[in-house]
Design a protein around this ligand. Structure first.
Ligand SMILES: CC(C)(COP(=O)(O)OP(=O)(O)OC[C@H]1O[C@@H](n2cnc3c(N)ncnc32)[C@H](O)[C@@H]1OP(=O)(O)O)[C@@H](O)C(=O)NCCC(=O)NCCS
Length: 150
C-alpha cells in the first residue's frame, strides 16, 4: 500500500471515500475535488488497496502564509489505526518541504478527539513545533486552528 499523488479523473472516487468518513469531514461538491486533481496534484495524496481508495489527504499551499493548509484527511473505517494517516501526512509534508514551505496549518472540530489526538501524536513523534493554537467559531462549530513549524 503506497501513498501517491491524486490522479486526474479520480475526483469521484475521492468524493465517495469522503462521503463514508463523516461527520467531521464533509463531502463537498464534485467540482472542489476536480479542482484538487487538476490544480493541487502534488499536495493531494491517496492510498489505494485492492483497487479501492482507502485514504485521502488534501493540502492547499497558502502563498500568503507560506504554509500548507491541510483541508481534509480521512481513512476508511476498516483501515484505521494502522498508521495510514501518518503515511499520508508524511508524504504531503515531504512535498511541502520540497516546494519550500516551512509551516503546516489545519483546523479540527473541537469535538473531534481522534483527529486532535492524531495530529498531537504526529507532531510529537516528528518534533514539530506548535507555533500557534487558537479556537475560532466558524458558523455553528468551534474549530481548533493549529500552526506547526515543519
Ligand atoms: C483521524 C484519522 C484520519 C486518523 O487516521 P488513522 O489512519 O486511523 O490514524 P493513524 O493510524 O495514522 O494514527 C493513529 C493515532 O491517531 C490517533 N487516533 C486515531 N483514532 C483515534 C480514536 N478513535 N481515538 C483517539 N485517538 C485516535 C491516536 O493518536 C492514534 O495513536 P495511538 O494508537 O497510539 O493512540 C481517522 O480517524 C479518520 O479518517 N477520521 C474521520 C475523518 C476525520 O475526522 N478527519 C479529520 C478531520 S480534521
Amino acid at each position: 500500500m503506497d501513498v501517491r499523488n491524486i490522479n486526474k479523473g479520480e475526483s469521484s472516487r475521492v468524493l465517495r471515500l469522503v462521503e463514508q468518513c463523516g461527520p467531521y469531514v464533509a463531502p463537498h461538491n464534485l467540482y472542489v475535488y476536480w479542482m484538487l486533481e487538476n490544480y493541487y496534484t502534488s499536495t493531494c495524496k491517496v492510498m489505494e488497496h485492492d483497487s479501492e481508495l482507502i485514504g485521502f489527504i488534501s493540502g492547499m499551499p497558502s502563498v500568503d502564509n507560506k504554509s500548507l493548509f491541510i483541508w481534509q484527511i480521512c481513512v476508511h473505517k476498516e483501515y484505521r489505526n494502522q498508521g495510514i494517516a501518518f503515511l499520508l501526512l508524511d508524504s504531503i509534508l515531504q512535498s511541502a518541504r520540497e516546494i519550500g514551505y516551512r509551516f503546516m496549518e489545519l483546523s479540527i472540530s473541537e469535538n473531534n478527539n481522534a483527529s486532535q489526538s492524531f495530529f498531537e501524536k504526529y507532531a510529537r513523534t516528528n518534533q514539530l513545533k506548535t507555533v500557534e493554537k487558537r479556537k475560532e467559531h466558524i458558523g455553528s462549530t468551534i474549530e481548533v486552528i493549529i500552526k506547526y513549524e515543519l
